[in-house]
Design a protein around this ligand. Structure first.
Ligand code: AQP
Length: 344
């Protein structure tokens, strides 16, 4: 697949309550990758409406995610920050992928099962076909690398299956049109670091999530220092002191989670954190974790609040990003139409 230019794409849904999991699992990785790749970072508003959204809140959440990208250090002049609905080619390619992707593939998606829950008959069709749109988000830019949290791994695998099937189904026209052996790259998930799946602070078996009804389950990026301290102090743990090695965290999901968060925030490994806190009780460890979290998250929250006071500035960044994204997307969609056999 070396015929493809290396390019990074990833997205975050504007569904409110942006949290430490989104930050450590995704946004910090976005920032790091800027030095190595050409990157597109998208506020995926089309995905957000797969569940009901209030229009005013959606608008405000789109600006909040954009502010988080900027506050975390993504440079919109070197890379592209935009919202998905301003680039219609995402939805256009998604339709083509609806016709490439198989029902059996979507039936295996665990996120749909979790989000639709027991009321499956009443879930939107959009929620069901979400992974096809996600494949289109990535492949409309022929992106080769996708930084995501662990929960999105299955969706990236599906994007690879769709790319592969499209390349195979249309192999003849792809070859005849001079696109080489394959039209789409098979995108690689980048799931790295000690916090690829940050768990709820209330229940170590559930991932930290925007939609958890308990605000105490997550640390939001805009939480004040006092709220961060309260949430960490109340976080569920066990009665044992911290172990000396990773093996000692087996079966201690809450302890494992907090050690992972500490490691990610201090840009080190869980082993190093345990070397430092070996034998410490949770009150000592949590105090250190509060200081570290406040130190890292509060400046980002403050910058987000500042940026959100100027929505016109944020909207201008999104418009400019969308224009630049469209230059790539239009070109790819034009070729897709040619390959599929549409007249244009
Ligand atoms: N708990 C998490 N730990 C690590 N990474 C996470 N991500 C989400 N939760 C965690 C990563 O953040 C990026 C953006 O996620 P998203 O906004 O597209 O939606 P999501 O995965 O559905 O996240 P949420 O926050 O849990 O939302 P709800 O509550 O609506 O389900 C992705 O890269 C994701 O992996």
């Amino acid at each position: 697949m070396s015929q493809f230019k290396q390019r990074v794409f990833s997205g975050v849904q504007p569904t409110g309550n942006l949290h430490l999991g989104n930050y450590l699992g995704a946004i910090t990785r976005f920032v790091e990758l800027q030095n190595q790749y050409e990157c597109l970072y998208c506020v995926v508003d089309l995905h957000a409406i797969t569940v009901p959204q209030k229009p005013d809140e959606l608008r405000s959440n789109i600006r909040e995610v954009t502010a988080a990208f900027l506050a975390a250090g993504i440079d919109p002049s070197q890379h592209i920050i935009f919202n998905q609905s301003q680039v219609p080619e995402h939805a256009e390619l998604a339709w083509v992928f609806n016709c490439v992707s198989r029902l059996g593939w979507l039936n295996r998606m665990t996120q749909f099962k979790e989000k639709a829950g027991k009321d499956r008959e009443n879930a939107s069709i959009g929620l069901y076909t979400y992974p096809n749109l996600m494949a289109a988000d990535i492949l409309i830019y022929k992106a080769t690398h996708v930084p995501v949290g662990e929960d999105q791994k299955q969706h990236i695998e599906l994007a690879r299956d769709i790319a592969q099937k499209f390349n195979k189904d249309y192999a003849e026209t792809i070859g005849m049109s001079g696109f080489g052996e394959a039209f789409f790259p098979l995108p690689e998930p980048l799931i790295q670091g000690p916090a690829t799946r940050v768990m709820s602070l209330r229940d170590g078996s559930k991932k930290m999530s925007k939609s958890d009804p308990s605000d105490y389950s997550r640390i939001s990026l805009t939480d004040t220092a006092e709220v961060i301290a309260q949430k960490i102090k109340k976080a569920k743990t066990d009665a044992e002191p911290l172990p000396s090695s990773i093996d000692g965290l087996v079966g201690r999901t809450e302890a494992d989670n907090l050690v992972g968060v500490f490691a990610a925030l201090s840009e080190t490994t869980k082993e190093k954190v345990l070397e430092e806190f070996n034998g410490a009780n949770f009150s000592t460890f949590k105090s250190a974790l509060v200081d570290l979290t406040v130190d890292k998250i509060s400046p980002i929250g403050a910058e987000m609040r500042k940026l959100q006071q100027d929505p016109q500035h944020i909207d201008a960044i999104l418009r400019d990003g969308a224009e630049r994204a469209r230059l790539i997307a239009r070109d790819v969609m034009k070729s897709v139409k040619e390959i599929v056999g549409f007249i244009q």
